[in-house]
Write a protein that binds this ligand. Structure first.
Ligand SMILES: NC(=O)c1ccc[n+]([C@@H]2O[C@H](COP(=O)([O-])OP(=O)(O)OC[C@H]3O[C@@H](n4cnc5c(N)ncnc54)[C@H](OP(=O)(O)O)[C@@H]3O)[C@@H](O)[C@H]2O)c1
Length: 280
């Protein structure tokens, strides 16, 4: 309910938007990969929009610091859920761990990158990448998706990448994993559309987080400017329920669409040239 006093001085539209966001996607949101970068920003912006948040990642100290910040800033109710999503039972443990909460929004964001020629990489690193980037989002979309369908309302954000629109030589498994996320999200948006569950796929281009740096990407060599996390996440949260795929940044959108205009081998070679430059 919006108090009459606030409605009369112009706060009504913003409060009404916030109330309808909480009614549709609240009371609890689960955010994977909340210990840094895009995931931490999702947690901050969801808390600002009035949701309670479950913070999921491995680095407990980071999650606790963010939880304290959200409580101090917004009075947000927070649950810290440490979890290694590369473990075979990581996603199932997470789903069980929040079985007592009324979850209205899943943000499938945790992800890892890698660089180098596939045949030179450690197979265990590749296995872990597929677990975190593909298997866990799939299991979480399945587990939470069932709960959202049963309650007849809610949402899901799947964080893919512009790296998933074409092959990505020198980061082949990462690119393929993000192609998986992209197609998973787009398909679920259609499957769940009549169940009251909004599915949004977010495909960021280069974004200023510790993720690309940890992978060995030199930000100075990335074409275009890295985007800040704030606008990337705001676009996603403003778009859920209205659109099914968003690519933040005009340059990223143009590059993604350009891949559809050329033969796939041309797109793969062009992406490979860029990757070699940014990781060398
Ligand atoms: N930054 C970019 O340029 C960019 C571009 C396109 C797409 N993306 C996508 O955006 C998402 C977030 O990436 P970011 O840029 O924000 O990178 P980031 O700052 O490195 O964040 C990655 C998050 O994933 C979590 N994570 C990694 N491995 C995990 C595991 N085994 N179990 C649980 N959590 C794990 C990390 O937490 P812990 O280490 O604490 O576990 C961290 O919170 C990823 O899916 C990435 O592919 C990023």
């Amino acid at each position: 309910m919006i108090p009459q006093r606030l409605a009369s001085i112009g706060y009504a539209p913003r409060m009404a938007q916030r109330e309808s966001f909480v009614a549709k996607y609240g009371p609890w949101a689960v955010v994977t990969g909340a210990s840094s970068g895009i995931g931490a920003e999702f947690a901050r912006q969801l808390a600002a929009r009035g949701l309670s948040v479950v913070l999921v990642a491995r680095r407990l100290d980071r999650l606790e610091a963010l939880g304290a910040e959200l409580f101090a800033t917004h009075g947000t109710e927070v649950r810290i859920q440490p979890c290694d999503l590369a473990d075979e039972d990581g996603a199932a443990t997470l789903i069980d761990g929040v079985a007592d909460l009324d979850v209205g929004l899943l943000v499938n964001n945790a992800g890892v990158g890698l660089k180098g020629r596939l045949v030179d990489l450690d197979p265990e690193v590749l296995r872990r990448l597929v677990e975190v980037n593909c298997q866990a989002p799939l299991a979480l979309a399945h587990g939470f998706g069932r709960r959202l369908v049963a309650r007849g309302r809610g949402g899901m954000v799947i964080v893919a990448s512009t790296g998933g629109f074409q092959a990505l030589p020198w980061s082949a498994a990462y690119g393929a994993s993000k192609g998986f996320d992209l197609l998973l999200g787009e398909a679920l948006a259609v499957e769940l559309r009549t169940d009251g569950v909004d599915v949004l796929t977010l495909a960021p281009g280069g974004t200023d987080t510790e993720g690309p740096m940890n992978t060995g990407v030199d930000p100075a060599k990335v074409p275009g400017k890295l985007m800040q996390v704030g606008p990337v996440v705001k676009l996603a949260l403003d778009s859920i329920g209205r659109r099914t795929l968003v690519i933040p940044g005009a340059g990223n959108r143009a590059a993604a669409w350009a891949t559809r205009l050329v033969p796939r081998t041309v797109a793969a070679r062009a992406a490979g040239r860029i990757m070699r430059r940014v990781i060398s």
